[in-house]
Ligand binder design. Structure first.
Ligand code: SF4
Length: 490
């Protein structure tokens, strides 16, 4: 997710390159919205950023404010209607919005907004669409309309009134015709940072996106804060008391290694976790290899601390998407063999320690152990740089149900047998937390210990709750198209 307010810049190209740096956060669809001060135009489609955009498309996106998004679905199907930025036009203003996270009171918000809820062809079915409806068109007489404070624009006022009602994970970047906004939930589950350009401002999911567009890091958007950026500069609104519980899994897998979170390099954290893993689960072995690429820093740390030589034993096809981020089990299983290939000369006859970042369903590790044995490994010792993922996430990672998580029902020894390894070791939760240098009370670690920072009852209705609600007729209002902008479907 990326946004910029920068007069004089080709902001669509800034968004393009920013999204390129953030492609790892979502690979299902991509979109860019721009405003020239009077009109918002949105272009989005299914696919990776370079599949959706080319020079001629970007040249049609003229303006000085932009919001870009690459989607990884955790609410609603992976279809064009749910691609972001979302768009709403009202008689007085238009809104384009990108969301990273997952709301857990979506049905309640949909009722409040009188929002459309899916189940019919051509209708969006994501939590993001519901919150877009809330921001763009608070229902007459609703709590939001009544509470709307006197702020800048109508969108700004509606957003400030609606934000305290949202529950769950939401890092947002949105805009009306003249102002760029960013907001973060009180827990700050997902990262969101503010950067400075020579003549403008950037907001992005990760600091690596600031680097690629030449922006300098200013600060994080704080948990419970909304900022507004226009010709007057950056204005800050606190809409809720901050209760920081940043996602621990960002350090394990999601964030890029060249990103910093809360002032701590993700790469440095992962190397430190590898060192801890070597101390907690030593192995009598000849070679340490990573599962590229998110296992690489921890493998380096493991090799450093153990004194066992480090080598590359698996080659990754960089053009195949991350396996568990794909939406269906069928694609996941096919994806594993497409993605990795062993280097037989390196592995044959060796007692190998293979370091991976996490075990979610166990499919990947089972395939890797089998591949390494086929390549001639004498022994395969699996080391995992996170504790067992035993609980689902309701805050923006699609781990699905506890039943699908191998650690939800199996012990470490049962998992070792299931994946066919000679030994298996997970880093401890304390070891992982210590590597972040953050106090444990500032981190969400629910997928590891089941201690959810906020209650999750409705979230357990699942990713497709709006589609199911729509089919069952629980919501019956269709959206009305407004004026003042354009949303392009290729
Ligand atoms: S449950 Fe796990 S993946 Fe989800 S926000 Fe918490 S730490 Fe992150």
């Amino acid at each position: 997710m990326f946004g910029a307010w920068s007069p004089g810049e080709d902001v669509a190209k800034l968004a393009y390159f920013g999204l390129y740096a953030l492609q790892h956060r979502g690979q299902e669809s991509a979109g860019i919205a721009v405003s020239d001060g009077t009109r918002i135009v949105v272009y989005k489609d299914m696919g990776l950023v370079p599949q959706v955009f080319n020079e001629s498309v970007l040249n049609t996106l003229r303006g000085y404010i932009t919001v870009g998004h690459c989607r990884y679905s955790t609410s609603g199907s992976s279809v064009w209607e749910n691609a972001q930025p979302t768009f709403r036009a009202t008689p007085t203003a238009s809104l384009a919005l990108g969301h990273n996270g997952n709301l857990i009171n979506t049905l309640e918000l949909a009722a409040l907004a009188g929002a459309p809820v899916g189940g019919l062809a051509g209708r969006a079915t994501s939590d993001t669409d519901v919150l877009t409806a809330l921001f763009a068109a608070p229902a007459a007489g609703s709590a939001i309309e009544a509470a709307a404070p006197a702020a800048g624009s109508a969108i700004e006022a509606a957003a400030l009134a609606a934000l305290p009602l949202l529950r769950g994970a939401f890092s947002l970047i949105f805009m009306d015709e003249r102002t760029l906004y960013a907001a973060r939930d009180p827990q700050g589950f997902r990262p969101l940072v503010l950067g400075r350009l020579a003549a403008g401002w950037v907001v992005a999911s990760e600091t690596c996106a600031l680097d690629i567009v030449g922006a300098s890091f200013v600060r994080e958007v704080e948990p419970g804060e909304m900022i507004a950026i226009d010709e007057r500069g950056v204005r800050s609104h606190v809409f809720a008391r901050p209760e920081p519980r940043g996602c621990l899994f960002e350090y394990v897998y999601l964030a890029r290694p060249d990103t910093s979170i809360a002032g701590r390099s993700v790469q440095a954290t992962r190397v430190e976790v590898g060192r801890t893993l070597a101390a907690e689960h030593p192995a009598d072995a000849d070679l340490v290899i990573p599962v590229p690429e998110s296992g690489t820093p921890a493998a380096i740390g493991y090799a450093q601390a153990s004194g066992i030589p480090y080598g590359q034993g698996l080659v990754k096809n960089s053009y195949v998407g991350r396996t568990f981020i794909q939406p269906s089990q069928t694609i996941r299983q096919r994806g594993i063999r497409l993605k990795l290939n062993p280097l037989r000369d390196v592995i044959a006859g060796q007692r190998v320690v293979v370091v991976d970042d996490s075990i979610v369903r166990g499919n990947t590790q089972q395939a890797i152990v089998a591949m390494l044995r086929e390549a001639g490994a004498a022994e395969v010792h699996v080391r995992i740089s996170s504790p067992p993922v035993a609980w689902p996430c309701f805050f923006g990672i699609d781990f699905a149900s506890r039943a699908e998580l191998i650690s939800g029902s199996m012990s470490a020894e049962e998992i070792r047998q299931s994946i066919g390894a000679d030994s298996l070791g997970f880093v401890s939760l304390d070891g992982l937390i210590a590597a972040t240098t953050l106090p444990s009370g500032r981190l969400c670690r629910a997928c590891f210990d089941g201690e959810y920072p906020i209650a999750v009852a409705e979230a357990e209705q699942g990713k497709h709750m709006l589609e199911e609600a729509g089919r069952s007729g629980r919501r019956d209002r269709l959206e009305g198209a407004g004026a003042g902008g354009r949303e392009d479907r290729p």
